[in-house]
Ligand binder design. Sequence first.
Ligand code: NAP
Length: 246
Amino acid sequence: MLSRLPQHFTALVIGASGGIGAAIIQQLLVSSNVGHIIAVSRQSLQSNDERITYLRLDVSEQAGRLKLKKAVAAQPIHFFFNAIGILHDDALHLQPEKRLDQLSADALAQVMNINAFTPILLLATLQDSFKGSHPTIIASLSARVGSITDNQLGGWYSYRASKAAHNMLLKTASIELKRLNKQSAVLCLHPGTTDTALSKPFQARVPNEKLFSPTFVAEQLLAVIAQRTPEDSGSFWDWDGRSIEW
Ligand SMILES: NC(=O)c1ccc[n+]([C@@H]2O[C@H](COP(=O)([O-])OP(=O)(O)OC[C@H]3O[C@@H](n4cnc5c(N)ncnc54)[C@H](OP(=O)(O)O)[C@@H]3O)[C@@H](O)[C@H]2O)c1
C-alpha cells in the first residue's frame, strides 16, 4: 500500500478523532510502511503505538496551525490526510439548509472555515514540508455533493458550497505544488456515505449496503490513493476509484 512512498514514511492526519480519520490511522498502522504518524485532533487521544504522536490542537484557528507548524518543524511530510469536516453541529446551531430562508451568514462562514479554508490554510502553513523532491501525497476529504455538475437535488447550501470551494482551493494548490515538488499529488476524495457522527442524522433513508463502515472506507480510500501518481494531481475521486466531475 502507498508503495510510491519511502520505507518508514511520515504521515500527518488531521481530524484524528473523527470516524474516517481514526480509521485511516488504524489502516496505516496495520498495512503500510509508515514510520511516524502525527495525528491532530481537538480531543485528547492516546495510543500505545510508538509510531503515533498525538497533538491536541484546533487547526481551524491560526494559532493551532502555527503550533502544528512548529511541531512539524519543516520535516518532509510524505502523506497528508485531511479528515476534518462539518455538516451539522448542535453547539454551533448548524444544520444543513433545505431552503433559502434557512441561510445565515454566520453558518455559511463557519462551514466554509472548517471545510474549505482550514484545509488550504494548513497546506499554506506547512508548505515547507511539501516542497522539495520527496514523494508527497496530499489527500483531503471532500464530498460528491460538492460537485457542481452532479448537483441535481439542491439543498445543503453551505456544505455543498464549502466542498466546491475546497475542491477549487486544492486544485489550485496542486498547480503551484507541481512547481515546488514534481513528486506531489493532491487529491480530493469522496468517501461515500460512512457511518460516523457526521452522517448519523441523515442515515435513515440510506440503504444498508450503501452505508459503509469507517474501516471499509479507509481501506478503499487508501487503495484509491495508492493507484494515483503525480500526473493525477488536482483530481477528484470516489471511494470506488471512479473520478468525479467538478
Ligand atoms: N460520513 C460521511 O458520510 C461523509 C460523506 C462525504 C464526505 N464526508 C467528509 O469526510 C470528512 C470526515 O467526516 P467523518 O464522517 O469522519 O465525520 P466525523 O466523525 O464527524 O469527524 C469530523 C472531524 O472533523 C473535525 N471537526 C468537526 N468540527 C470541527 C471544528 N469546528 N473545528 C475543527 N475540527 C472540526 C473533528 O476533528 P477533531 O478530531 O478535532 O474533533 C473530527 O475529527 C468530512 O470532511 C466530511 O465532510 C463524510
